[in-house]
Write a protein that binds this ligand. Sequence first.
Ligand SMILES: *Cc1c(COP(=O)(O)O)cnc(C)c1O
Length: 592
Amino acid sequence: MSPPIANGPSPQPATIGPFLGHTRIAYFTMEIALRPDVHTYSGGLGVLAGDTARASADLDLPIVFVTLLSRAGYLRQGIDAEGRQTEQPDEWQPAHFATALRAKVALLIEGREVWIRPWLHVLVSPLGNQVPVLLLSTDLPENQVEDRRITDTLYGGDESLRLKQEVVLGIGGLRALQALGFAIQTYHLNEGHAALLALDLLRRYPRPTDQVGPRELRYNVAPVREACIFTTHTPVEAGHDRFDYGLFAHVLQGYIDLDQVRLLAGQDALNMTRLALSLAGFINGVAVRHAHTTTRLFPGYRIHAVTNGVYVPGWVHPALATVFNAFSRTWAYEPTTMARFDQLPDEAVWQAHRQAKAELIDLLRERCGAALDPERPLIGFARRMTAYKRPALLFEDIEQVRALNRRHPFQVVFAGKAHPHDEGGKALVQRLHRFMRELGPELPTVFVPNYDVALARCLVAGCDIWLNTPQPPLEASGTSGMKAAVNGVLNLSVLDGWWVEGCMEGVTGWAIGGDESTSHADDAQDLYAKLGEVVLPLYYEDRPRWIWMMKQSIAKLGSFFNAHRMMRRYAAEAYIPRRPPGAGEGAGLPLR
Ligand SMILES: *Cc1c(COP(=O)(O)O)cnc(C)c1O
């Protein structure tokens, strides 16, 4: 099997022609992790979009992906002597991985003409199937200097720049598809960032004015809903993009009557999630629990659940993939067949894991000068550094951590970036470093800077235990635990997001913590108890049972939490022509 996420530049065909005739679905996403050297992603949302594209290619779905070029990436993270995050641009070389297409489209932004050029990257599946990805760029000589920078930095700058990026993605992306000659029937909005695409579609369906009351929509939503699918990823109101209507009116002057947008996107501010909810005919959360949370947050909409999955062959360590290959010829593109993997040979699984762990320990020595011990259980925690993920929960009571470590020695590796505007997240990075210094050499801990997909691949394969401590119900899905699971790295996680569906206590991993109302201190106590009484003793005292659990994790979780299953569900339930939403479905709005 060839490596699914290739390294090194790949030659790109220069034309979109081969894709135009059959492509029917367009997947819009602000970020996408196409390969490690293309820095067009920040975290989970983009990695999921990349895995979506890889599974779509394997399944030969007639789909095109649309995103921003983000030439300066998201951010390159460093850590200074005080344990503070430093941020640098994380540039990449578009010309090595994509071709600038000849088509270009113009939009009016702040009254200025802004030209947008799509670049084409062709993603090739290990099976040989190809999927096109369009990367939109405003870095064109015909644009004014400030407009040339709109598509430079992913999630960079202020509100105004963010809105302009969403205008380029949603409206610019839609028009670019048309300029290129695509005949799209279904638009999939990955998160609310691309919701303006649905608004641009809506403008094309005016209703005859004599049928419209004064406080009613002057457009016909039915054809827009028929075309649009919306996947929401955020379970809290504050997590959703909101824009001031004054800003909107300034950026998109004369584009549409604001009172019309208020009917769709909220009275006080333009809530991109509400806009997408109003205009999508199929709406889904990314886990069963998340669909329920979203229904509570936005009553009146029918929210389906399509639980996330990861592109399994992209995350399994090569040594373990060799073990899988000897057992099955189909697992990589039919991961449902992994259900049989609880029968894998113990010794081969354990040796492959030891190799992955040794490689991770080498990497941590080279990058951070850390001296970790291959015989000690290694706990991994790598995710966005932000308050609700509670990265410091493990260190809530430092004396108990010391005592725990004296009884059952362990070691910990952390990684994760904080968004430049997330002061709380940055403070957590610093706090982790203070704890790590305080614990000293008796409990080896390391924070590896600049978490990205390349590092993630080493971490999710080389740790023994994958820790996740979100504050419920704020983890929409979480996907890094799925990557760990398919490597036999056992999840120790709060019951939130995907883990509500994935956890079989003592079989696929373990649950910790309480519900939405328990305190951090109580959750930390529960974590210490589970580690000290169950997880660490099992590692030291019953290795056969540990390996049995590794195989249960690979088989039971890998056969379900994979991107192939996820994309088959989108294809079968959302992408096929759908029945128009009936009464009470689709929208909580007085629209017809
Ligand atoms: C998988 C992944 C994430 C998302 O992990 P969560 O568990 O959802 O927080 C973020 N960043 C990178 C680099 C990843 O590979």
